[in-house]
Each structure stands twice: as structure tokens, then as C-alpha cells.
Design a protein around this ligand. Sequence first.
Ligand code: ATP
Length: 673
Amino acid sequence: MRGAPTQETDVPQAKRMDSTGIAPASTALHLARQRFFEEGHDPEGLVPEWIARSWRRCSALPARPSESPEPLPQDELFSRREAQGRLRRHALPELEALAEALSPSRVVVLLADPQGMILDATGSDVFMNKAQRVALMPGVDWSERRRGTNAIGTALTESSPVTVLGPQHYMEQNGILGCTAAPLLGADGQVLGVLDVSGDPRCIQSQTVGLVRMAAQMIEYRMALDNRPAQTELLRFARDPALLGSHREALLWIRNETIVGANRAAMRVLGMTFEQLRGRFVDDLFCSLPSTDRDRFELCLQPWLARPGRSASWASGWVGGKSRRPDGVSTAAEERLPQKHPAAVSEPPIIWDAQRDALVERARRVLDCGIPVLILGESGTGKEVFARRVHQASQRRQGPFVPVNCAAVPEGLIEAELFGYEEGAFTGARRKGQPGLIRQAHGGVLFLDEIGDMPLPMQARLLRVLQDHEVKALGGGRQQPVDFVLMCATHCDLQNMAAQGSFRTDLYYRLQHFTAALPALREQSDARIRVEELLQSMLPSRRLRLSPQARDALLAYAWPGNWRQLIATTQTLLALAEPGSCIELADLPEAIRRDWHSRHATPSTAAAAPRASGARHDAAGDAPPPMALRALTESAIQAAISSCSGNISQAARLLGVHRSTLYRHVLPNRKPR
Ligand SMILES: Nc1ncnc2c1ncn2[C@@H]1O[C@H](COP(=O)(O)OP(=O)(O)OP(=O)(O)O)[C@@H](O)[C@H]1O
């Protein structure tokens, strides 16, 4: 059974937390644990009701949840990810934006499939390492059956957002976690997956809970619009016309005048559950419906639905299916609103200029002659966006564009991923073998991102493929001809790496014929104009304004994460602000506020600034600045990287951490792929 549209009761629970952790609730909680686990008494009244329900369910399980679950083998995890391609396509950008918004906290953002299997994780590597100790990582099943009461599993079972803090977890070992999760629901009421933020229990604040729910709503909205069931019409409505076209608009799917689907916003606006809505005639709910597919219409609620405080009229619009014109003339499906509210629904705009166009054109000419293109630039400068534009402009635009992030593929798997493998090539190989990404790029472009991180033996194999235009899969088989052009990207100094022996010189000479260097945002003389352009194209969709101070802070900020950081920040501001409101300096992320304060500091404001931005401040004024530890870490990392001539894998070995951990430090805004 699908529950009420939202389970708000867990927010106050999170709110009750103070800076010492779960203290206010802890006495009752420990008493509840003792009574339940040692004396067998029901915990009702001592813990939130969904925790009590879950503990009861877990104690009735035939087998105790596992304390040390083994993660799935890599290839099985790949298959599970492949099976959830659509979910991941819509959810991963939100995971990234959430991790960005929560980055100062020690949290990880997780995506799990409808069975509770964690597919993806991104966020603080400090907490990621801790989470791995309790197997909170991709490839592990966090259903209630396997891991007892926990936010992912319990949200799935309850079909409702839940927060589980510290000892509320069924298993004692999971008491180090604070987790808040929201199930991702399809229009037909099916659970499509779960979005979760986990961290130290003190990091799970009511703001975290709100952000997770908002991100879940955003994912559900994108998925809903991406997959309208056949023969249905979509009625879009909202209490406030400004919400039309945003992820907060209500959606009802209607077939033959009957409701067959609804999103969470529709359930909330109408005050009905999915079960109460499904099968109902749409005329039962509304006195009048739009007679055409106009995008603005005063919609009137049936008197039986009207309640004090519930407004009876909304703006609305129809999409697709048969037209509701009075003359009964049918029209083809029309997706009108997304075009009218582009920034709210569609991807953020790409800001381009004539200079980049000229660079694309030069790269296109080179690519069309079969010569590799090397793109240089810091993380987030748009190297992949650029590569895709070159591909789209090239003669190979009908062929595939296959991106591979060499830094994100585990070292042991990169060979199989790239070159493919034959049936039974190694333990855990998929039964039918796999063609490999190089062969998938046949007729198109292979884009190797972070080529500087490709292991040396792989570089030798890649070079052979580039020379022979043939590829041979692991585990035997014959050489197969391949026709692709290579585009590569890196933020490393490949020439220096080649001189130091950590990158093959012959491969370097093969790649460096044409390089396109993309400047960091802060290096562009017209950066302020570019940032303004992006803000101008995203903010009006929600009728948002910027206070002069907020505008100045955003325009003057150096954006170390470049476009990626700028977009994630703007999307978070859009998500959090009320439509029609004015964004103030205080609404901006701490780093941007701090930067603004440091530039506008007078002797007296300098002392007040950190306090205003919420940072800790020592009364004596001689405490180390809050960033000292991070600065120390960064300088140790930079020293290790330079002593290894930019080779991340070597630097990671030197520091005794995994290279993906190092990448997260060097490129804090990397996207998972
Ligand atoms: N010119 C641009 N205008 C607006 N958004 C952009 C622009 N270039 C890139 N972006 C956005 O910034 C984000 C990062 O882009 P992209 O992945 O191309 O960067 P990258 O340099 O390849 O990063 P990395 O090296 O970390 O893989 C994406 O969300 C992309 O849409």
C-alpha cells in the first residue's frame, strides 16, 4: 500500500537534534532499545511510530539481518546499474547537486534501486571511508530484510520519506549513521528507487531532510515527464501559476476521463492518497476543466474537496493525448509548457560565445580528418560539453559518442571496459562477454576523459589500437576492425608527465597534434558577463530576483569548480527559494558569503564576518582559522602530486589513500559516471 503523500513526522525528530547529537531523544531511545531488545516489550510511544513498526517487522524476520554483507562483484553491479539506466540518468545530476549543496557536511549521497541495492554514491570522502566500515556503499543491499531498520530500506517498505538517526537503526553497528531517505515514486505508484543522504547523525538537520525531499521530487518530476504512458493526457496544475512548469507543479495522468497516475504534488494539493485518486473520474475533482490546451486556466475545485485554507482555483495546462477542444478535433501530442518555462524544466542553458564556436570549428576540421583532439582544462570547465559539440558538428554526428572517465573506472576493470572480453575471459565475466567501449564507439567518437590517469599498460594497448585500427577482446578472439576518432581530456600536464615517465611519450606525441585549452571561469576576462548571462536565463523562470549584494557576491566569486559549481549553486538557489522572492546574500552558500565578506571587510566587519556567515569564532581571536585543516590537507596533496609530477595514482600511493579519494580532493565537483 502506498502511504500518505508525505510523512512529515520525521522532520520534527530531526529538528529536535542539537549540536551534541541526538541528545534530547536519547534517553527515551535507549530505554526503548533496552525494553525492546532485552526485555521484548513494544517500543510504542518511546520512538517514532515508523521506527517502532520497522523494529517489529525486523524482529519478525526469519533470519537476522546480516552484520557483514559482501558487496556484489563489479560486473553484477554493472548489470544492476545498466538495468536502472533511466533512473540513473535522471537521478545522478541531482545526486551531484545535492552533494555539492551539502559538501561542507560529512555526508554521502546514495542512490538505491527499488530492491534497496545501492547503485551509486557520491559526497564527502571523509564519511565515505567511515560508511564503508558498515558496508554503506555501492553493491550492498540495504533493504530492511538485509540491514534491519535503516533509511533506505524503511523508506522502501513504508513508501514514504524517513529519517533514521543513530540508535534508531535496528542493528547496533549502524548506530554511527544518521540517514534520511525519500523513495522515488512513479506516476503509477510504483517505487522506482530511493535517494538517501547519510552521515554523522549530527549532520542530518531538518535542512538536509528538506533538500533530500526536494531532490527526490525533482527526479520524480523528470522521470514522469520523460515517460508519459500511452493514450494518456497529462493535466498540470498548481496553486501558484509561477510553479507551473517547475518540479513543484501537480501532475495527473488521465485516460478516458479517469485518473491513472498522479505525482506527489498532486496528492498534496488535493489532499488525497494515490489509492484515493486512482480510478476516479477527473470531473469528480474539478467543476470545470480547460477546454483547450491553453497553458493558463482558472481551475475550480469541486465543493466537496474545498476546505478552509485550500484555494479552489489554480492555473492549469494540458499536454499530449487528444485535445479537449469543444469541437472535438484531435491534435497531435503537444509538449507546450516545457518550452514556455525552459529553465524550470529542462537542463540548464549552455553559455557559449563566438570564440568557443571558432574553437569547435577548428577541432571539427581536425576530427573530420581522423586526427585526435586533446582538450585541456580544469574540472568543470566544460571539456565534455565541448567534446560533444565537436562531435555534433562533425561528419560523425550520426555515429555514437562514447564517454569514458579513466579516473572513475577501477584500475582492474579498465582493460575489460575498454577492450571488451570474450565469454569466460575471467572469473565474474558476463556469460556472453562484452564488446568493450572502443567497439561501441565504432563509426563515432571515443571520448577518454582524464586520460592522464590511464594506467601505463593500457596506454600501450590504446596506442596499438590507434595505429592498427583493430581491437582484440580479452580472453582471445580475433582482431576486429574499428573505426573511431579519439577525443581526450585532462587537467594534467601530459608533457611533464611524459618527461617524468608516468605517461607514454609515444602516446603523448600521438595525442598532442591539436589541443583545445578551455580557460577556468576566473581566467576569462568576461567571466562576470557569462555568470550574469547564466543567472539571467535561470532565475526568471521562478520570478526570482537577486539583492544587489547577492548579485555582486555571485558575479565576483572565483568559481573554483567552474561551470559545474556555478550551475549546481544556481539550481540549489532555485530549488530553495520561494517563487517571486528575492535572494539575499544570506541565502548564498557559505564559501561565497565568506568571499564577499573578505572583499568588503573593514576592520570592524572583518571581525564580524565569520560570525555572520555561521563559522566558528574564537572570542580571543587567536584560534586557527576554520579552513586551517582543509588548507593543510590540500597543501599535503599538492606536495604529493608535484613530487609525483602530476601522476594522481602515484601521489595516492604516496599518501596511502585510494586514487578515487585523491580525485575527490583535487576535483571536488567530479560527476559520477
Ligand atoms: N559553457 C557552459 N555553459 C553552461 N554550463 C556549462 C558550460 N560548460 C559546462 N557546463 C556545465 O558544467 C558541468 C560540467 O561540464 P563538463 O562535464 O563538460 O566539464 P568537464 O571539464 O568535462 O569536467 P570534468 O573534468 O570534471 O569531467 C555540466 O553540468 C555542464 O553542463
